[in-house]
Ligand binder design. Structure first.
Ligand SMILES: *Cc1c(COP(=O)(O)O)cnc(C)c1O
Length: 393
């Protein structure tokens, strides 16, 4: 038996997405740049998908640029705004301490090129304050980039307020909406963002495809040299079947968003309540302002890695944080940014659900967490110290 509870890392492809991909693989396999009929048929598909993806987030088709996923969209958005700003003498960027590494590492690169980066606090709740954004904006601010929803703890950021402030101040605003799109309503005009990143495999679409929304009038720089695809902004033959799969998955997610969100959030809350009797354990981040499916908990006195491996033996796939950091033993930069002590941050567990999960699975998750935490604490010298009231570093 397998219980997949790691949907913030990636999701299972939906049947609708899978079916939408097949015709482009087998029949309409042309290159959209070819002038013959089979190429033009593929081009028709891609342009139809562009329109449908645009509609799904309240954008115009000309504002959609297909990419290889969320990481590429983040890189392109941030580098474009940064270099455009620099050409006007603006080399200051505002972001937060707990962005995805696709954002933070791009900012590191810009820092090494002489940009000044302000990383805002996210507080215990795991939420950036719009006031802080307003205070941090300077005459030389080239970009504000704040995620819509955090991938490790699931907290939602006040992107509409931030977008409004940025618009008033005339500062470009990018939001990494990879965890949000398909899970909560996302509309680029409500958010007032200039740039927004999306990735298909976080809403039951295929891996290796995403999109960058770029508001009309915002300058976009091409990162890949080559052909004239995506109106000269993204070279490389279009990933036609990926784009078709993403579009089908996005429409399916959005058509069912209310139904899925109430189902998934009920399962999430069931798990939160079901493990709340475990002593010295707590949920990270604001309990209300969060994604329907994501919860991140800490259990003092144990290692997240051991927790994960034992849960895996019960068939449960979860995570200790983001997929990118769970290969390393460093505690999560997200939890540290939220002020969780290092020793405690080591005992973190992220459960991220989707509408494919069931009540029975939630019950098994609750029961297994109890068993595993009890067992690990029974063999943990650190837990012994905690019980004696000794301070653990
Ligand atoms: C998964 C994720 C990304 C990266 O998207 P890929 O398509 O895997 O490159 C970026 N940002 C957030 C918040 C994510 O959760």
């Amino acid at each position: 038996m397998t219980i997949y509870a790691d949907n913030a890392a990636t999701t299972q492809l939906s049947d609708k997405a899978f079916s939408a991909m097949l015709p482009l693989m087998k029949e309409h396999y042309g290159n959209p740049s070819s002038l013959h009929h089979i190429g033009q048929k593929a081009k028709e598909y891609v342009e139809d998908c562009r329109e449908r993806c645009a509609r799904a987030i309240g954008a115009q088709p000309s504002e959609i640029f297909f990419t290889s996923g969320g990481s590429e969209a983040d890189n392109q958005a941030i580098l474009s705004a940064a270099y455009f700003g620099a050409s006007k003498g603006k080399k200051h960027i505002i972001s937060s301490k707990f962005e995805h590494h696709a954002v933070l590492h791009t900012l590191d690169k810009l820092k090494s090129e002489g940009f000044e980066i302000t990383l805002l606090d996210v507080y215990k709740e795991g939420i950036v304050r719009a006031d802080d954004v307003e205070k941090a904006i300077r005459d030389d601010t080239a970009l504000v980039t704040i995620m819509t929803a955090n991938n490790e703890v699931g907290t939602l950021q006040p992107v509409e307020e931030i977008g409004k402030i940025c618009k008033e101040k005339g500062v470009p605003f990018h939001t990494d909406a990879v965890q949000a799109v398909g899970h909560i309503p996302v509309d680029v005009n409500k958010i007032n963002c200039d740039l927004l990143s999306v990735s298909a495999h976080k809403f039951h679409g295929p891996k290796g495809v995403g999109l960058l929304y770029c508001r009309k009038g915002t300058v976009l720089k091409s990162l890949i040299n080559g052909g004239a695809q995506e109106r000269n902004k993204r070279a490389g033959t279009e990933y036609t079947y990926g784009i078709a799969g993403m579009t089908a998955a996005l429409e399916e997610a959005i058509n069912n968003i209310d139904k899925n969100s109430s189902k998934v959030s009920a399962l999430r809350d069931k798990i939160i309540n079901g493990v709340s009797d475990i002593e010295k354990s707590f949920v990270n981040g604001d309990l209300k302002r969060r994604l329907p499916g994501t919860v991140n908990m800490c259990f003092e006195g144990i290692e997240g890695e051991s927790l994960l491996l034992l849960l895996d033996q019960y068939g449960i796939c979860a995570s200790s944080g983001s997929a990118c950091t769970s290969g390393s033993l460093d505690p999560s930069h997200v939890l540290l940014a939220m002020g969780v002590p290092v020793a405690v941050a080591h005992g973190s567990l992220r459960i991220s659900l989707s509408e494919y999960n069931t009540e029975e699975e939630a019950d098994i998750i609750i029961e297994s967490i109890h068993k595993v935490v009890t067992y690990l604490r029974s063999i943990s010298p650190v837990w012994e110290k905690i019980q004696k009231g000794e301070v653990v570093e």
